[in-house]
Design a protein around this ligand. Sequence first.
Ligand code: FNR
Length: 183
Amino acid sequence: MAYNIVVIAGSLRKDSFSLKIANALAKLAPATLKLEVITPAGISFFNQDLESAPPADWLAFRDKLQKSDGVIFITPEYNRAIPGVLKNAIDVASRPYGKSSFNGKPVGIISNSPGPLGGVSAAKTLQNILPGISGPIMQQPETYLTAIGDAFDAEGNLTKDSLKPVLQVYIDAFAAHVAKHHG
Ligand code: FNR
């Protein structure tokens, strides 16, 4: 039996590097994990006025997370934080108060950027947001992927040789993190 892991790529962009990383990670996952890659596309803006009759897209997103055994965030960095669409998705999943759909789920974080800092501030933003609404966050290996613009070909295949072992180490560590938590 494999653990079901939801991988949230935090960008709506068609050619998103975050999405390409998520898909590459799914190919490298060991047999103990089954990764489903999603994006925040289609998740309505959070509005507390709607909480008594939540939109179907909120319920579907929450349900997917609740049925999962863990979550990995692949986040770009927007202005030294996470993109608004990703924050909105997290806000949706975090409610109703005390019933976050991330509760008890082991969580992983990978940030990335075409630039030299690897989106580390976005990863740190998630480290601020998640502790109150998720299960244990995997602390190591810290994974902030720099110069990501060179990493894929036009079809989205991972072509940067140095990145493959980094992602392999990450997903193997995450498999151990999930097994430790659920085992
Ligand atoms: C960016 N980008 C960016 N990069 C970075 O390293 N630090 C930052 O603070 C920002 N800020 C930022 C703000 C906004 C509004 C945009 C549109 C972009 C560049 C960003 O890393 C780049 O566009 C990535 O390609 C976005 O991720 P995806 O869509 O490829 O996953």
